[in-house]
Design a protein. Structure first.
Length: 134
């Protein structure tokens, strides 16, 4: 079975129909994107299940995308996020963003409010790490 099928909407549908999940945890990065994640959350909502996105410590854009999806789905009362300081800090995670996404002392994260994913890219840092094709 392909990885996209394991993580995509059809597999989530099968598991929901079989009563496997109490909570679904898709990740837009792995399940096929923001729209696919939204569809999976709608399936979960129809089954009266919560949808708590899976979010690791990988990159500020990934975090910003997951925060936007969280704000757009009605059956997502929480946000799962794992970060492992001191090695993985907001400054390292968000190196390509103009400003890091902060987690408050009481564990809340504001959903970025700018256009698109709500964050601004740090073009200077991106150009520093850009490799020109031959």
């Amino acid at each position: 079975m392909s990885n996209s099928l394991e993580w995509g909407i059809h597999r989530f549908r099968d598991f929901l129909e079989d009563g496997v999940y109490d909570i679904v945890q898709p990740d837009p990065h792995w399940c096929g994107g923001i729209l696919e994640c939204r569809k999976i959350s709608a399936l979960a909502e129809a089954a009266s299940k919560q949808c708590i996105l899976h979010t690791g410590g990988i990159g500020g854009l990934w975090l910003a995308a997951n925060l936007q999806v969280t704000g757009a789905i009605p059956n997502c009362p929480y946000f799962e996020y794992l970060m492992e300081p001191p090695v993985w800090t907001p400054e390292i995670r968000d190196v390509f963003l103009k400003a890091p996404i902060r987690i408050s002392d009481d564990g809340y994260i504001d959903i970025p409010q700018g256009p698109g994913l709500g964050v601004e890219l740090n073009e200077e840092t991106i150009s520093r790490y850009t490799v020109q094709a031959a």
